[in-house]
Write a protein that binds this ligand. Structure first.
Ligand SMILES: Nc1ncnc2c1ncn2[C@@H]1O[C@H](COP(=O)(O)OP(=O)(O)OP(=O)(O)O)[C@@H](O)[C@H]1O
Length: 297
C-alpha cells in the first residue's frame, strides 16, 4: 500500500520501552478484504501516561481501538499488556486484564437508572458463571455496589443515581459512559471521541476531569477530533494517517511536524493552538498538562 511519507519521530531504546510498558503494539496490521485499515503500527504506552490519538476520518483510529480491546483481531502483529501477549484475546478477557473503553456512540440504556447503567460495568468486572446466572445468584454484589458508587462519585453523577438515564442531558450521558468504564476499575481507559457534541464549556470541564483521573494514576488513551483538547491535555500524541503511524511526539513536536501539517492539520499551524480553547496560557504558549493541572485540574 502506498501510504503517506513516513516521518515517525524515533525514540531511543524502543525495545527497552516495550519491556517496561503497560501496553505495546508491534507491527500491528488489520485488513478488511482488500482494504488495510491499520498497517504495521508499533507504539508503547507507559503506565500513567495521557496519550492522544489523532488522524483524518478513516485513518484507522477506531479500528486500532478495536484491536487493542479485542473487538477485532489483528491480521498480523503482536499486542502485549504488561509484557504478556494478548493478541486476538477475547473482549471479556482483555477487559478483565484492565483495559476498558468507551464508545463513540453512547451506549446508554435509557430506561434503566443511572446506577443500573453504571453497575453493568461493575458486573462485567466480576466473573459470573453460568451456574450463578441459573441460580439467580449475585456473587460479589457488595463489590459491584461499591464499584458503582465509586464510579458515580468520581464522575459527579451521585445526585443522579436514581434518575432514568433518559432524563440526563447529553453532557451528563457522556459522563455516564465514562462512569461505566470506571466501574470496571481499569488500569487503561480508552476513550473514543469523549468531547464529540460538547460545547466549549463542557469540553473544558471534561478536560479538567480527564486530567484529574490521570493525576490519580489512570492511564488514558483518547481519540479526539477536538485538537485544542488533545494539544492542551495530552502529554504525547500519536498521529495515524491511512492506517499508518505517521508521527508520535509531544503536542509541540506534532504541531511542528511538517508531514502531520501536510496530511492532517492542513493550513492549521502551531499558532492556531495557542491561546485558544479552554486552557488559555497567560504566557501565550501551549498549556503544559502539568501547568493546566495546577491551574484548574
Ligand atoms: N468492519 C469493517 N469492515 C470493513 N471495513 C472496515 C471495517 N471497519 C473499518 N473499516 C474501514 O477501515 C478504515 C478505517 O476506519 P476507522 O473507522 O478505523 O477510521 P477512523 O480513523 O476511526 O475514522 P473516523 O474518524 O471517521 O471515526 C475505513 O476505510 C473503514 O471503512
Amino acid at each position: 500500500m502506498n501510504g503517506p511519507r513516513l516521518n515517525v519521530i524515533a525514540s531511543p531504546g524502543q525495545e527497552a520501552l516495550a519491556e517496561e510498558s503497560l501496553l505495546s503494539l508491534a507491527g500491528v496490521t488489520r485488513r478488511f478484504g482488500g482494504l488495510t485499515a491499520v498497517e504495521d503500527v508499533s507504539f508503547t504506552l507507559a503506565e500513567g501516561e495521557l496519550v492522544g490519538l489523532i488522524g483524518p476520518n478513516g485513518a484507522g483510529k477506531t479500528t486500532l481501538f478495536n484491536l487493542i480491546t479485542g473487538f477485532t483481531a489483528p491480521s498480523s502483529g503482536e499486542i502485549r499488556w504488561r509484557r504478556k501477549v494478548i493478541t486476538g484475546a477475547p473482549v471479556h478477557r482483555i477487559a478483565r486484564l484492565g483495559i476498558t473503553r468507551t464508545f463513540q456512540n453512547l451506549r446508554v440504556f435509557p430506561n434503566l437508572t443511572v446506577f443500573d447503567n453504571v453497575s453493568v460495568g461493575a458486573i462485567g468486572r466480576y466473573r459470573y458463571g453460568l451456574l450463578d446466572t441459573l441460580l439467580h445468584r449475585a456473587p460479589r454484589a457488595k463489590e459491584v455496589g461499591e464499584a458503582t458508587w465509586r464510579a458515580l462519585e468520581q464522575t459527579g453523577l451521585l445526585p443522579y443515581a436514581n434518575e432514568l438515564a433518559a432524563n440526563l442531558s447529553y453532557g451528563k450521558r457522556k459522563y455516564l459512559e465514562i462512569a461505566r468504564g470506571l466501574a470496571f476499575d481499569p488500569q487503561l481507559l480508552i476513550l473514543d471521541e469523549p468531547a464529540a457534541g460538547l460545547n466549549d464549556t463542557e469540553t473544558g470541564e471534561l478536560s479538567a476531569f480527564l486530567a484529574r483521573l490521570n493525576r490519580q494514576g489512570l492511564t488514558l488513551l483518547l481519540v479526539e477530533h477536538d485538537l485544542n483538547l488533545v494539544m492542551n491535555l495530552c502529554q504525547r500524541v500519536l498521529v495515524l494517517a491511512a492506517g499508518r503511524l505517521l508521527a508520535q511526539g509531544t503536542p509541540a513536536e506534532i504541531l511542528d511536524n511538517r508531514a502531520v501539517q501536510d496530511v492532517y492539520l492542513g493550513v492549521k499551524r502551531r499558532h492556531e493552538f495557542i491561546n485558544v480553547g479552554p486552557h488559555r496560557s497567560e504566557a501565550g504558549g501551549i498549556v503544559h498538562p502539568a501547568g493546566y493541572l495546577a491551574a484548574g485540574g
